[in-house]
Design a protein around this ligand. Structure first.
Ligand code: 9MR
Length: 466
């Protein structure tokens, strides 16, 4: 026993001794290099740059079209370079690339540097994917409506809008012509002509019609805004309007935004004529009247939505909207939520959007991304330059469209309703003309350019369905 113990002790001694000897011969690890911004970016390439790493003999350069380096460019898969820069050649114009390097000594290779993003100049000449949006969506296991905001004067047979709508979209929302200030001329007096044209277009072409919007503080006709009657009479006017419109479109309009934007950005109830004259329960009242009108008209399938903007990156507002929604759920009045999503290439983030939408999922509500567009020049960020729709912006927008479509497509089947884009052509979007957004003339937020040509954002939309 004693001998065994001594043997064990001595072998432990030799083992520890060997370890310590090996330790003393270990070479210090090579540091990871720091990659720098590229120089000389042109249509076919750029000069990749990085900092010197002590004890290195060369560097291994990777160039890829994907940020995770899953699509390495041939010849740039650990390309050995002895200098601190390398001219990367034979690339495609107008395309997103990424590069990173490792340092190498005779015996060691370092870890990877940071990743540098670079977009070549020029045009890619890679055509956008011409697949029609609704065709791809309808092949999904759990399809949804692909919506477009429309104006009545676009809907003449054979117009480019008409052709695109029929090919690509399965739902429409009126961009403004089904709002109260357009339909309601005076108490009980309606101008249905334009709204009827939009609804008939959807109905005859087998395109879903989403009604937007019964009650919105920004579209109150002046006769109602300046109403001289009592508050009780004011409420009756609103009830009458909701009842008459829901009844007029029974069976023809599949869903309505009953109330739009009743919560202010600070999370309190927005100070509108409806709040002032009808009190804080007015949202529930409007939903109740819409539901009663639908039921009275035997329109039991009508879906009622609450619609609002900028909830994903504003937690006060988001919480307030969900409190409002909870009340509507308790009263069994609501079927779904419209998330407008007037987004930018910077915000809200994927995580913020997912969190916001998932709150509606857990409540069993249908989800409508109801007014999607994607600013590339928010806050007039480019105001000091001649604002242009650069390749960087084009590709960032493509990625952000892809991201939101992917998020939407991943929702459970029961929660999907429609994903609606707020306008067809960049030059006709409300965004560049909005005085509130304050970047006059310079933005490109949609899926088609001013010539009706599909943009990279359209390809991004399609890729989001993969
Ligand atoms: O894009 C719409 C614009 O053409 C109209 O002039 C405006 C007023 O009716 O409404 C715009 O759409 C808004 C939508 O109805 C509600 N969310 C915000 C949209 C942009 O202002």
């Amino acid at each position: 026993m004693k001998i065994k113990f001594l043997l064990l002790l001595s072998s432990l001694f030799f083992f520890l001794n060997a370890c310590s000897k090996e330790d003393s011969t270990v070479i210090e690890n090579l540091e990871n290099p720091l990659a720098n911004a590229p120089k000389d970016v042109n249509d076919n390439g750029f000069r990749a740059k990085w900092n010197y790493v002590s004890k290195s003999k060369s560097y291994l350069l990777d160039v890829s079209t994907t940020e995770n380096f899953s699509a390495l460019v041939p010849n740039y898969n650990s390309k050995e370079v002895t200098d601190l820069n390398e001219v990367v050649v034979s690339l495609t114009g107008g395309t997103q690339y990424y590069y990173r390097v490792r340092a190498k000594s005779e015996t060691q290779t370092s870890g990877y540097s940071n990743v540098i993003s670079v977009v070549t100049t020029g045009t890619s000449n890679v055509p956008e994917d011409p697949t029609f949006l609704k065709v791809k969506v309808n092949k999904l296991a759990n399809p949804f409506f692909v919506g477009m905001a429309v104006k009545a004067n676009q809907l003449n047979a054979g117009s480019p809008y008409d052709v695109i709508l029929k090919n690509e979209f399965s739902s429409i929302s009126a961009e403004y012509e089904m709002k109260m200030d357009q339909i309601s001329v005076a108490s009980g007096v309606y101008n249905w002509t334009v709204a009827d044209k939009i609804v008939a277009y959807g109905n005859t072409n087998n395109i879903n019609v989403h009604g937007h919007a019964l009650v919105w503080h920004n579209s109150v006709p002046s006769w109602l805004a300046n109403y001289a009657g009592t508050d009780a009479e004011f409420s009756l006017e609103v009830k009458k309007y909701i009842t008459d419109v829901v009844t007029h479109y029974k069976g023809k309009v599949k869903s309505w935004d009953v109330v739009n934007e009743s919560i202010a950005d600070n999370g309190s109830m927005r100070n509108t004529v409806f709040l002032r004259r009808m009190g804080p329960n007015y949202v529930n009242d409007c939903f109740k009247w819409a539901r009663e009108a639908a039921n009275a008209a035997a329109d039991t399938q009508l879906l009622l939505f609450y619609n609002d903007y900028a909830t994903s990156d504003n937690s006060n507002k988001q919480n307030a909207v969900y409190t409002l929604i909870d009340k509507l759920i308790t009263d069994k009045l609501i079927d779904g939520v419209g998330f407008q999503m007037h987004n930018t290439i910077f915000a809200p983030s994927k995580i913020q959007i997912e969190k916001d939408l998932n709150r509606a999922v857990t409540k069993g509500l249908k989800i409508h991304i109801s007014e999607l567009d994607m600013q590339v020049n928010p806050g007039n960020a480019q105001s000091n330059l001649t604002a242009t729709f650069t390749n960087e912006l084009r590709l960032a927008q493509k990625a952000k469209y892809k991201e939101i479509v992917k998020i939407y497509n991943a929702l459970p089947k029961a929660n999907k309703y429609a994903l609606t884009v707020w306008g067809m052509k960049d030059n006709e979007s409300w965004i560049p003309f909005s005085t509130e957004l304050n970047h006059p003339g310079n933005d490109w937020p949609l899926l088609y350019d001013s010539n009706f040509a599909i943009k990279s954002s359209h390809t991004g939309f399609l890729e989001g369905l993969d």
